[in-house]
Design a protein around this ligand. Structure first.
Ligand code: SF4
Length: 458
């Protein structure tokens, strides 16, 4: 139950009748990646029309609005704002109508060198509407010369950081992934065309079970009913965000060929193998993202998996307030302990991560107030000690409890009877061949941090 947020989800539809409606279903499946705003841009082959607003996809788009958005090619976006704030101008897709024609861009991630690029573009006359880094992508593409593919290629080579983005003109979509492969991006054939998504769970709701991942540094062009692949750089590495597996992605998604639920279950099993000497009665997962790891722990340890915590699904993010008092209250509103399950028991409580420590402390307190005899906290990720600069809203280093206290001190703070984390090496073992970014755990960032370095200071 991490107190961190994914920044965005992107979804594209190429050459499928009534693209806006399919786009709506795609964004709805990606809603967990961003709930603050939602937007769709549709091309009818001649022009691009867009509609976007603050709120969930179901609130922004009604049937009449979608029916009025004619065309068979579309891109969309769900957003949780960090880079750029909540202004309406930062809601995506960002659409421009310039001398090169119409362009729309949807972006997931964070551009590290956006400040430098923005300054350079402004010096060359670019006028920015919003404050977000995604607009830098659009302006950079417009600034370059040549065909659209050449302009995207040049722009992608200049961008540094984490990005998976879609670019749409009147009759094509280009999907682009950063050279480090930090954010996921997949595509799949759909009827006579294609769909492109941040996560494969959006394909599965459409009955599509075969999909392909973009490679790091790749541009995939969807035009004239065919797919073409280009590598904008061969200087690539494989650093999929570990947090996608731990917390962000839906358990039914497949990221880099590995099902997210399976990854979490295996992480739970590793934790259980380290607990040979622990005598407990039941295993309880903090819903929802820790349930898979709790099942894995229970299977490996032979202890019963129980629903010891119940999640109220109707509490929106509106209630997550910045003050400590409101955060405490929001935990109570979201989670209830099941007294008849935990009372008198020694509980192994599995959670995905500890960020500030306050949420874990409240959950331990909830279980104990419901009569749990002991609460042994097991975290299905390593100690979270460094902020993320790749499109995830984490706290500053000073706010991260893992940056200030050692494991024993954190255990005291959250008032658990014992505390254990996964090690970085355990994560690598579970990932197998998949290369991971683990920077928020080990501080080894894969890019030049440009102006962000100062945020690492205590
Ligand atoms: S720093 Fe952490 S949250 Fe950010 S991309 Fe890397 S693993 Fe993911």
């Amino acid at each position: 139950m991490a107190e961190i947020h994914e920044e965005c989800g992107v979804f594209g539809v190429y050459h499928v009748e009534n693209a806006a409606m399919l786009e709506y279903y795609g964004l709805h499946s990606l809603q967990h990646r961003g709930q603050e705003s939602s937007g769709i841009a549709v091309s009818d082959g001649e022009t691009i029309n867009s509609y976007k607003g603050k709120g969930l996809t179901v609130d922004v788009f009604q049937k009449e609005k979608l029916s009025a958005m004619k065309g068979n090619t579309a891109i969309g976006h769900v957003r949780y704002s960090t880079a750029g704030g909540q202004e309406a101008e930062n809601i995506q897709p960002i659409v421009s109508k310039g001398h090169n024609g119409c362009l729309a861009v949807s972006h997931n991630g964070q551009i590290d060198n956006d400040v430098e690029l923005r300054l350079e573009l402004e010096n060359h006359g670019a006028i920015f509407q919003g404050t977000g880094d995604s607009e830098v992508i659009l302006h950079q593409i417009q600034y370059e010369r040549g065909t659209l593919l050449e302009r995207i290629t040049q722009a992608a080579r200049k961008l540094d950081g984490a990005f998976s983005f879609l670019v749409m003109d009147e009759d094509r979509i280009y999907a682009v992934r950063d050279r480090y492969g930090i954010r996921p991006l997949s595509y799949a054939p759909c009827r006579q065309g294609y769909v492109i998504s941040s996560e494969t769970c959006a394909f599965e709701v459409m009955g599509i079970y075969e999909s392909y991942d973009l490679k790091p540094g790749e541009i995939v062009e969807f035009s004239k009913d065919i797919v073409k692949h280009y590598q904008y750089t061969n200087d690539i590495s494989h650093h999929m965000c570990a947090m996608e597996y731990i917390y962000f992605a839906r358990p039914d998604s497949v990221v880099e060929g590995k099902n997210v639920h399976t990854f979490r279950k295996e992480s739970g099993a590793v934790l259980a193998r380290k607990d040979q000497d622990l005598h407990a009665d039941i295993v309880v997962g903090v819903p929802d993202s820790s349930l898979s790891a709790a099942i894995g722990y229970a299977e490996e340890s032979g202890l019963p998996f129980e629903t010891g915590l119940f999640k109220n699904r109707y509490v929106g993010r509106t209630f997550i307030q910045p003050t400590q008092a409101m955060r405490d209250q929001s935990v109570r509103m979201k989670l209830s302990p099941v007294e008849s399950v935990v009372s008198g028991k020694s509980v192994v409580m599995i959670d995905d991560s500890i960020v500030r420590g306050t949420t874990s402390r409240r959950i331990v307190q909830l279980l104990k107030s419901a009569g749990a005899k002991e609460v042994h906290v097991r975290i299905a990720s390593p100690v979270f000690a460094y902020p993320c600069f790749y499109g995830v809203d984490t706290s500053t280093r000073a706010e991260l409890i893992g940056a200030r206290l050692n494991v024993e001190e954190i255990c005291d703070y959250i008032k658990a009877d014992s505390l254990r984390y996964l090690e970085v090496e355990d994560m690598r073992e579970v990932a197998g061949q998949i290369g991971l970014c683990l920077a928020c755990f080990d501080g080894k960032y894969v890019t030049n941090l440009y102006t962000h370095g100062k945020e690492l200071e205590d």
